[in-house]
Design a protein around this ligand. Sequence first.
Ligand code: GLU
Length: 447
Amino acid sequence: MTTVTRFAPSPTGRLHVGNIRTALHNWMLARKHGGTFLLRIDDTDAERSREEYVEAIRTDLAWLGMVPDDEERQSERLAKYDRAFEALRDAGRVYPCYETQQELELKRKIRLGRGLPPIYDRGALELSDEDRAAKEADGIAPHWRFKLDHDEQIGWDDGVRGTQKFDPAQLSDPVVRRADNSWLYMLPSAVDDLDMGVTHVLRGEDHVSNTAVQIQMFTALIAAQHNAQQIPAFAHEALLVGKEGKLSKRLGSLGCDAFRERGIEPSAIVALLARLGTSLPVEPIADRAALLETFDLTTFGRAPARFEDTELERINAAIVHQMDFAEVADRLPVGMDEAGWHAIRPNLSHVPEAADWWRLVTGPIEQPDFSAEDRDYLAEAAGLLEWGDDPWTALTGRLKEATGRKGKALFLPLRQALTGMDHGPDMGELLPLIGKDEARARLLGQS
Ligand code: GLU
């Protein structure tokens, strides 16, 4: 059976790092098994869904290198939900309810006061045809609940959490459709997962109790619609938390734009999120195939996965240090060639910093104030400068012999005169890029 996974965001905002992680794991699960990765836009909520967010989701996934094999939109599938709903209604698995929010709240409080679980009491099931007709004559339109089968214990073997069991009698019959006929998330999602042949539902552990209910929905839909569809396998990953160990607001708003602005490479995000919260080490692996090789839900832990910026920065720098010129060429300053990239790359934490470092080559640079002794030393260096294969080794070798200087006294004034800095790229690589005339001018303080 081909693996089919889906990433199902609601386009009510930008993707944040938690969604990106879920998308990535679904993408990886599908790719690892040569399967299909679907993007399903959960846009049944017409009021809160925005086209700009649909666009942004596509752009972000493309930037991250997770292009879906197919895209579906719930807003274009409403007729299917209607049909499924009618089949469930005819089978007695959805029923109309007329309580107001206030009534429900009161019932909840009463149950809590009696020490009962605050679940829906199924009051609407007691209504007679006349009661319902009277409500509707009063202009009260019903909302609809899915009727859980209390005799059918719920269980599944979760890909991350292991055996899961739920007693349906402890759960509320969920509302699936509002009085204005609009949909809540649960039923359309179950209809789609069956219809699209989704084999694995991989999502955050905040959906565990939804899964319990949806498993009964799947069974009821298959029975009511007499089809041969299969219930998917489920896996719920532990949530992503911030440094403080809590679900942070910051993480909820941290998305691709912010990463891009900070000069974070998509492959750094992927390398980190692929393994964060698993028993595998987080490493700067830019090669997707290598990441896919080790991807395995059984390595996922139950404890919250801790997202730390310092770790992302570490992975990013290490990935930048491995990047080939061809990968970054169009993001480098004009004139910076392959040799320039190689000289400067080890100093970068982020690719955009290349422009600052490249100024060491193109100038102008600002030199420190040298002592008279160092000035003489640098003038001597200018005289000894010769241009061969490796001018830096040649120059420092000659200077060492001529002046008796060594170590810092030998190298630092040269670096300072040539770059204006105390540290930076390898001078052996940098000096040829600066060029002979410019190097001489800098050594003489005439640049
Ligand atoms: N649209 C739902 C959400 O974003 C999808 C959940 C799911 O993966 O089923 O929470």
